[in-house]
Design a protein around this ligand. Structure first.
Ligand SMILES: *[C@@H]1O[C@H](CO)[C@@H](O)[C@H](O)[C@H]1NC(C)=O
Ligand SMILES: *[C@@H]1O[C@H](CO)[C@@H](O)[C@H](O)[C@H]1NC(C)=O
Ligand SMILES: *[C@@H]1O[C@H](CO)[C@@H](O)[C@H](O)[C@H]1NC(C)=O
Length: 180
């Protein structure tokens, strides 16, 4: 009778393992598919028409090879940008606006450039080195010692470096002309 218990001990787990995997194989995330009907093993996955593999729906991210988790909302804890739900957000331990954007009422919008209206949106809505000059009907103005271009506020030092580089370039061009 030892042979029967040996058979049971060895084969039953093997058969269970085989069946559970055979059902799943080919339908796990990143597995080949031709149609979303192939991707039923992992809930909230679909057959990507471009990759021809099972991928999480756009509303979800890949948690592991068998799980698609719902994407994370604003300020939610995250591990990767691909987990963040909203457009123009990035994962910095939490899903927040990318550096070029600020948080408006319920979305991330591009930072406001000099002389454009900011009003109630406050100082953090203006581009770097600019602030909102009034709390209700203001517009973004550059801070002291910063000069406005159409898209940014630059320090006098930055402007000087640009000017000096141009000057040096002019001298080099002139010098090369003399050598000719
Ligand atoms: C996907 O499902 C279709 C229809 O059931 C089947 O013909 C096809 O072989 C499956 N493709 C893969 C890669 O499993
Ligand atoms: C995301 O950022 C882009 C580029 O700045 C902008 O065109 C788009 O409107 C933004 N989308 C939303 C929903 O804020
Ligand atoms: C915005 O910035 C200006 C200039 O630095 C400052 O005087 C003002 O108090 C700031 N307002 C807020 C709400 O932080």
């Amino acid at each position: 009778m030892t042979s029967l218990s040996t058979v049971l001990l060895v084969f039953v787990p093997l058969v269970v393992f085989y069946i559970s995997n055979a059902v799943a194989i080919g339908t796990l995330l990143d597995g080949a598919c031709t149609d979303t009907s192939n991707c039923t093993t992992v809930p909230s996955s679909e057959c990507s028409t471009t990759k021809k593999t099972c991928q999480c729906l756009s509303t979800h991210y890949k948690h592991n090879s068998t799980t698609c988790a719902p994407k994370i909302g604003y300020n939610g804890a995250c591990l990767a940008t691909s987990q963040c739900k909203e457009v123009n957000t990035t994962c910095q331990t939490k899903c927040i606006c990318i550096a070029s954007h600020f948080r408006d009422s319920s979305s991330c919008e591009p930072l406001i450039t000099p002389s454009k209206s900011c009003g109630a949106k406050g100082n953090s809505s203006c581009v770097d080195n600019a602030y909102c000059n009034h709390t209700s009907t203001g517009f973004c103005v550059c801070g002291v010692n910063f000069h406005a271009s159409s898209t940014s506020c630059n320090s006098a030092v930055t402007m000087a470096v640009v000017e000096i580089s141009t000057l040096i370039l002019c001298f080099m061009v002139a010098y090369l002309e003399v050598l000719k």
